[in-house]
Design a protein around this ligand. Structure first.
Ligand code: PRT
Ligand code: ZN
Length: 284
């Protein structure tokens, strides 16, 4: 049995549960329980505070965990980052009040910086040769300047609207980019490694599928060569004749980013009636 720690409640809870479910693993829907055993995969989910997940994975209470990279970096536990999961993206940034005279990082010498991430901040300040005082608080960091606790803050930013509402300006570039990651204990038994590999195989099918799209469109037969050069497909595209003489439909799987760079060329080559669909799982 593989023990997986996820956040009990908060921003990572639902997205982690959703991710597990999309891997084809069903859990009981009981919200009160602190652990849940999957029906159709040897997996037990433990519900913890996100701050506790890196240590619990390090000391073996859980074998693996889903947590923000920011939390892994802050706690500094010696765990293995298995893969980035593509959700809960955010950044850790310094921010100053709008009227703060900021020229460069050296403007931060001598100020007080409020944060819930003192370890990451300390490393950054040392590396940048800045001598500032770190004021650790566990929440509501963005109000610290207005209540006189600190001049500057260091916190998680996503859309930036919290900073804006509190009259703060983000200092770019961010100190750290973060997203949810799967972490693992370094000394898993062979049996647990094997289960982890199976779990990762499902995750990869999901993560790969996210960046690809299934596309279909109609085109005149005499442009087939042109079109297949533009859209190569996984092996080669599927071409099906239409009832309308001289026309065919092409089905293929393409990387979404690539698709947008090719759309004009496809139209020029006579592509019409395009349909673009999301893919749920993809195994290459
Ligand atoms: O109770 P527990 O300790 O488990 O949870 P928590 O309160 O410590 O964490 P939680 O649930 O708030 O966040 C969990 C994880 O979600 C974080 O560690 C990040 O990895 C990730 N994440 C992604 C975020 C955000 N986006 C985010 N926007 N965590 C927090 N925020 C907050 C931020 O602190 C700030 O107050 O949202 C505000 C900024 O958002 P914008 O959109 O206004 O910029
Ligand atoms: Zn937390």
């Amino acid at each position: 049995m593989l023990n997986l720690a996820i956040q009990k409640s908060g921003r990572l809870n639902e997205v982690s549960l959703d991710f597990i479910e999309k891997c084809g693993i069903s859990l009981p829907k009981n919200k009160i329980s602190l652990r849940a055993e999957a029906y159709n995969f040897p997996l037990q989910v433990l519900f913890l505070r996100d701050d506790d997940i890196p240590a619990c994975v390090f000391n073996g209470v859980a074998d693996v965990g889903i947590v923000g990279e920011n939390e892994v970096a802050e706690k500094g536990e010696n765990v293995e980052i298995i893969k980035k999961l593509g959700f809960s993206k955010c950044r850790l940034s310094l921010a100053v009040p709008k009227d703060f005279h900021y020229e460069n990082l050296h403007s931060l010498n001598g100020v007080r910086i409020a944060t819930s991430y003192p370890h990451i901040l300390r490393n950054f300040l040392e590396k940048s040769n800045i001598n500032a005082q770190i004021y650790e608080i566990s929440g509501s960091v963005e109000i610290a300047p207005s209540v006189g606790l600190a001049e500057v803050i260091f916190d998680i930013v996503s859309s930036g609207s919290t900073l804006m509402t509190n009259g703060l300006r983000e200092i770019k570039p961010a100190v750290m980019e973060s997203e949810a990651v799967l972490i693992a204990q370094r000394n898993l038994s062979a049996e647990k490694r094997n289960l982890l590999d199976k779990f990762c195989f499902r995750m990869d099918a999901l993560l790969t599928a996210k960046s690809f799209k299934y596309i279909m469109f109609n085109f005149p037969n005499n442009n087939l060569d042109k079109i297949t050069k533009i859209i190569p497909g996984m092996k080669s595209p599927t071409v099906v004749p239409l009832d309308l003489e001289g026309w065919s439909a092409l089905h293929s799987v393409v990387e979404e980013n690539l698709f947008w760079t090719k759309i004009d060329a496809l139209k020029e080559a006579g592509a019409e009636d395009m349909v673009i669909l999301p893919i749920e799982k993809m195994i290459k």
